[in-house]
Design a protein around this ligand. Structure first.
Ligand code: NAD
Length: 272
């Protein structure tokens, strides 16, 4: 399905590691809708990911960038400006990583060096990216910048650990930078809070199957898929959402506003 809603637009998509990645689907939908994009990922993705396979499919290229490094981001933005032949209409930050989760460290026993790195990669990088975009004046007026979040920013999900803090900060950065970018350039900045999704980052969270199934049973529409998320992201990149900024937008099949679902009630009834 293509309606050409991104026809003539240009942008950067972070975080397409493999075909399960949310960013993978977003990149495909951007191109389907008529956009020209540059893909980027961490240098290690060259070894462990398939970003270049996607680049080939979409007739574009990958510029590697570790989001914790200012010089990598500066290089990515200046090279992309050159390769795309002008300023960007949109940027997707689809990056997250928790060292403490990956190394199975309990939340009550966090390693703070690791936590620092997790927050740097998953949250501060969003500020760093926008600072570089701002300084290079790389985004067109009325452009759209998005990042992906999770409801653990507002409510406790024990196994999500330090990523809850990272996502809270990410959403706060969207509001704060969104104010400045809106005032100066009419650029909008938002986060999408997505359902649990079977991806490399998602399934790294302990007990992810239970997490996923619980959310699926709670949500009146069921969990939102990565494909559905891509549809939402491209809508946010289009000219149909020009006045939406500084928001955290739930894309979760109704999970965030549901107290309990009839499906889950059935699991808790006393036997007759
Ligand atoms: N999967 C879920 O359940 C879920 C739910 C809500 C939000 N999200 C968010 O969606 C986003 C994308 O994750 P995903 O689920 O598609 O998983 P993914 O593992 O496919 O994507 C995460 C990406 O982050 C990249 N990355 C990690 N460290 C980096 C660094 N230092 N520099 C540059 N890139 C780096 C990885 O290479 C990878 O491409 C993340 O922000 C994640 O927290 C995921």
């Amino acid at each position: 399905m293509s309606n050409g809603i991104l026809k003539g637009k240009k942008g950067i998509v972070f975080g397409a590691l493999n075909d399960a990645s949310i960013a993978w689907k977003v990149a495909q939908r951007c191109v389907e809708e008529g956009a020209e994009i540059i893909l980027t990922n961490a240098p290690v993705a060259k070894k462990i990911g398939q970003t270049e396979v996607l680049a080939k499919e979409l007739n574009t290229e990958v510029i590697y960038c570790d989001v914790t490094k200012m010089e990598d981001l500066e290089n990515l933005v200046s090279q992309s400006l050159e390769k795309l032949g002008g300023k960007f209409d949109f940027v997707l930050h689809s990056v997250g990583m928790s060292l403490n989760v990956r190394k199975k460290k309990a939340y009550t026993d966090l390693n703070y060096d690791w936590m620092h790195t997790s927050i740097d990669i998953s949250a501060m990088s969003f500020h760093r990216l926008m600072q570089v975009l701002w300084k290079q004046d790389a985004v067109k007026d009325w452009g759209s910048i998005m990042a992906l979040s999770y409801i653990a920013a507002q409510r406790t999900f024990p196994d999500y650990s330090e990523m809850a803090e990272a996502k809270s900060m990410l959403e706060s950065i969207a509001r704060s930078f969104g104010y400045h970018y809106g005032k100066a350039k009419k650029v909008r900045v938002n986060t999408i809070s997505q359902s649990p999704t079977m991806t490399t980052a998602g399934s790294g969270v302990g007990g992810f199957d239970a997490f996923y199934n619980y959310a699926n049973k709670m949500s009146p529409l069921g969990n939102a898929s990565a494909d559905a998320c891509a549809d939402y992201v491209i809508t946010m990149f289009s000219d149909y959402t020009k006045m939406v900024t500084m928001q955290n937008l739930f894309h979760d099949g109704g999970f965030s506003n549901t107290g309990i679902s009839s499906d889950l009630m059935d699991d808790f009834r006393d036997p007759e």
